[in-house]
Design a protein around this ligand. Sequence first.
Ligand SMILES: Nc1nc2c(ncn2[C@@H]2O[C@H](COP(=O)(O)OP(=O)(O)OP(=O)(O)O)[C@@H](O)[C@H]2O)c(=O)[nH]1
Ligand SMILES: [Mg+2]
Length: 404
Amino acid sequence: MTVAPPASPALADALPPGLLAGDRRVLARTISRVEAGQAPPGLEAALAPHLGRAHVLGITGAPGAGKSALINALLGELLVRGQRIAVVAVDPSSPISGGALLGDRVRMDEHGAHERVYIRLPAARGHLGLSRCAAQVVDLLDAAGFDTVIVETVGTGQSEVEIMRVADTCLIACPPGLGDGVQAIKAGILEIADLLVVTKADLPGAQATARDLQDMLHLRAAPAAGAWRVPVLPTAAARGEGIAALVDAVQAHARAAGSGLRLALRQVAQRADDEIGAKARRLAAADPFLRLLGIACIEAGPGHATVGLTLAAQHLNFNANCHGGVIFTLADTAFGLAANARGQIAVGIDAHITFQRAAQAGETLVARAVEVSRSRKLAVYRVDVSVGGDASKALVRASPAPPI
Ligand SMILES: Nc1nc2c(ncn2[C@@H]2O[C@H](COP(=O)(O)OP(=O)(O)OP(=O)(O)O)[C@@H](O)[C@H]2O)c(=O)[nH]1
Ligand SMILES: [Mg+2]
């Protein structure tokens, strides 16, 4: 464990009062703001010194696999062991069904009012959900002093694999009777599992499911000596069977693998970003056309870039306003750097530009390109050009889309 340095007064100001003490209302309000993309300015930096203590347990599995009932039982056991626990249910495929939500509320409410428990369910039907910002929400709960943060997500696709990346320990819930053995458990999910739990072990077929899972594990390359061996553990949540053994296994994995994986991954991503940013700045500095116009790269990374220039006589048209061509070049440069920082040569195939006002000599123009969506074939970028990077002084909005 690392000892966090005290936050500077300026950083501490960005922390909502009561958050570090785990005040429920402050937590709920701050999580809502993060979910809505309206995090208090400076929050991320202010949280940083308070992160890395919580152990994050990710729980996934098919709809109805018994995840929430299992979490309810885990809460009981972790409370007995003196822990403070937070639970966040992440719905990767909103809008969510009101029925499932109600079920979760009933199943996990046994401990919901306990002073050492905080449960956050998706707020309402059609809510954006936590999936976009699961890691930031986990940060808030980590900073609020919870010992274990449990993240529940439905195992339906790639998105929950992404969500499980924030977890230090990944638990897959596998109920008996999933049809054709355990084939329903996708390979991608099995790859990320640290613990396989046969839920509803009081039902017929539980032993067969456990055997199938063991067989599946044996098909994989044997773990290296001393490496973590994925156990298969039966639980019957309502009866409390297998729960203490499961918590023992979770804690053993926490000791073996450590906590704060998401923070380490973030650092790796930041380093990659820094390298790409430095390369983009070098490329922009060496580009004769950009040098001619005085365009410099301010920052860049995979899927984002910011470039700027200060308007001089050479940029003005016969009306003493900035040439549209200069503004377009600025936007195109930001787009090009952002898209190409993905490692592929990208070309804009469809662009929409709205000019909002003219710019004059002496003003500094900043173009920021951000990837807003991405599929296998197409990425869509939004580019804003504004005076000094101030959105209220936007000059143009453009969204060129490159083929990937
Ligand atoms: N027999 C038995 N039934 C269980 C057990 N655990 C859960 N169930 C039942 O399985 C159903 C689904 O349980 P949940 O805990 O809501 O499952 P979930 O995986 O959280 O479901 P979603 O959040 O909707 O994906 C409910 O009807 C539970 O009563 C168990 O240990 N034994
Ligand atoms: Mg559930």
